[in-house]
Design a protein around this ligand. Sequence first.
Ligand code: NAD
Length: 298
Amino acid sequence: MADRVLGFIGLGQMGSRMAARLLEAGHPVVVFDRAPGPLAELVAKGATAAASPREVADRADLVFGSLPTPAILRDVALGPDGVLAGQRARCFVDLSTTGPRVAGEVAAAFTEAGRSTFDCPVSGGKGGAAAGTLALMVSGPRAEYDSLEPVLRVFGKPFYCGEKPGQAQVMKLCNNLLAATALAASSEALAMGVKAGLDPNLMCEVINASSGRNSATQDKFPRAVIPRTFDFGFTTGLSLKDVRLCLEEAEAMGVPMPVGNATRQMLAITAALHGLDSDFTSIAKTVENWAGVEIKAP
Ligand code: NAD
């Protein structure tokens, strides 16, 4: 199905880079974002602009979404001007982190209309989105997965998680809970070390050669905290949304998460102090504030 027209809705940090990769791979791509700036950037790269999610689905066979919240995803997929109202698209793939509930709702509505959906949250940040090295967690109908997989490979490495809608979302929430918790706990450890006179770069080097290594000490501290750029590319608001979705789901399932609750509070405090739009590495600033120290090279 090399001639399939692809649609892409939500051209933010992740979506703009993923849609650009589809164009580079030679696919015709129809795009929509409610913000005109990102839309114009993709058109300059060769995409065709649509005026609504519905119009994207009128013109494309397969539609991707990369959107910020479950409510927005629901509206884009099922709203009056949404993908399901379009005439042409047979399949919708949600690349956002929106949790298993809305994935179930969207899948039920599409299935009833004789169409299909996959939830396909991704991990790897804007760097991975640009380089095509994302991890993609996929759940949806097995029979249709084989025709989807070659397109997903443009974005990175797909992992098929199961047929049940939302299974990939649960996988993603587990990952993001760990990523945020590692960032919060590493902020505490590095603030303590720096206050004791240790060089944070040396600390990361030692930790990364030892049993405390994690995604924050390997990537976020060296890249965005110690150089004081706080520009990892993932907002506090999105991380808070992910951890909240994870805890709500865990509670509904009867899985206690006291450590996860502490991470949620750290993110909520960081959002209050630095704003929902701050980079989520700002969690380190929250700890620095309390500790009276800055995690920077001497
Ligand atoms: P973003 O806020 O940068 O981008 C979201 C885009 O959606 C924006 O361009 C916005 O204008 C657009 N949008 C919002 N409402 C819309 C609507 N109703 N119709 C059309 N467009 C609309 O977010 P992001 O960082 O690119 O993240 C997107 C999703 O991917 C989120 O669910 C996030 O949790 C997930 N994610 C992000 C990262 C990351 O590192 N940034 C990594 C993995 C997963």
